[in-house]
Design a protein around this ligand. Structure first.
Ligand code: IPM
Ligand code: MN
Length: 353
């Protein structure tokens, strides 16, 4: 008898619950096939609960979530709640308090999927972004004075410690080594303007790389140039490591090159603690409850979760099943254009697993 995993599920807002349902379907099929157990415990954190009770995240939540093997999250963001409240109060708080210091976002074009990049195919678009997930302008350092007056001053600081940078870089170097493809780690920064923060990143990058990872080739790109090459020559990339804000931006660009939010998966990883897997796309309120949203991103996030838990075979089976579907069944990955409903797509993947 294999292992059994306790998974905390936060379906969240909008289409989150619909896509999470399909991810669970596929994960359970994989568990059955590969001989491990999986049990789920749902938490109702999100906009509806906030509007009903005024509570964003109960104080006990983080301690409670720490007890699980992993967390699967649908989406956070509600049209009736001012932007920032739920995102900061739930998503970012969990990332910070659970110290999920890596946001791992693969950019991979699956067979059959249309990319807006001309003359590029699955062999060209296959790399991983390692986004630092705890520092940068996300820390909330800064403030506002004289608000509402013509003299208003707003400050939001980009903050990084050497400790945060080192642990992120080591993860990225290890990842490039384990991935064993081109063995190139590209640092994406802005050393020509952010001469404190990215000087720190660049020095740490070369120090750690030279002394601990001589087998990994190091490259550096400014973030603006990174965007350009992600469009023009995505085949150059293997693993990209970057700060929190740049990572947020370039992974949306990456996502659209792999077919859009319907397929883009990610994981908030604490290598020594509890990790949380989530599709990159938001809560898509206008599609809520219509059975049209694409669940593949959530399903692929579930696959990443299994890989993280050490169920490599099951993770590979999920990815293969998804590839079979993109190659043979679904021409357009966008919501409402798949030719199948959300639940049917889940069925198709589960059957193949
Ligand atoms: C993401 C999202 C979040 C982020 C928002 C919702 C806070 O855009 O996961 O990429 O900026 O990290
Ligand atoms: Mn984002």
């Amino acid at each position: 008898m294999g292992k059994s995993y306790n998974i905390a599920v936060i379906p969240g807002d909008g289409t989150g619950p619909e896509v999470v349902r399909e991810a669970r379907k596929v994960l359970s099929a994989a568990a059955l096939k590969f001989g491990f157990g999986i049990s789920y415990h749902e938490f109702d954190f999100g906009g509806d609960r906030y509007l009903r009770t005024g509570e964003i995240l109960p104080d006990s939540a983080v301690g409670e979530l720490r007890k699980y093997d992993s967390i699967l999250l649908g989406a956070i963001g509600h049209p009736d709640v001012r932007p920032g409240i739920l995102e900061k109060g739930i998503l970012l708080r969990l990332r910070f308090e659970l110290d999920q210091y890596i946001n791992l976002r693969p950019v991979k074009l699956y067979p059959g999927v249309t990319t807006p990049l001309k003359n590029k195919g699955p062999e060209d678009i296959d790399y991983v972004v390692v986004r630092e997930n705890t520092g940068d302008v996300y820390t909330g350092s800064g403030g506002v004075i004289m608000k509402g007056t013509p003299d208003e001053v707003a400050i939001q600081n980009m903050v990084y410690t050497r400790f945060q940078v080192d642990r992120c870089l080591r993860y990225a170097f290890e990842y490039a080594r384990k991935r064993n493809r081109k063995k190139i780690l590209a640092l994406c920064g802005k050393t020509n303007v952010l001469t404190y923060v990215f000087d720190l990143w660049e020095r740490a990058f070369h120090e750690i790389g030279a002394s601990e990872y001589p087998d990994i080739k190091r490259e550096y790109y400014h973030v603006d140039a990174t965007c350009m090459w992600m469009v023009k020559n995505p085949e150059w990339f293997d693993v990209i490591v970057t700060g929190n804000m740049f990572g947020d931006i370039i992974t949306d660009l990456g996502a659209i090159t792999q077919g859009g939010m319907g397929i883009a998966a990610g994981g908030n990883i604490n290598p020594e603690g509890v990790s949380m897997f989530e599709p990159i796309g938001g809560s898509a309120p206008k599609y809520t409850g219509k059975n049209v949203i694409n669940p593949l991103a959530a399903i692929c996030s579930g696959g990443m979760m299994l890989e993280h838990l050490g169920e490599d075979k099951a993770a590979v089976a999920i990815e293969k099943a998804v590839m079979d579907i993109t190659a043979n069944k679904i021409r357009d990955l966008s919501a409402g254009k798949m030719g199948y409903g959300t639940a049917e797509v889940g069925d198709l993947v589960a059957e193949r697993v």
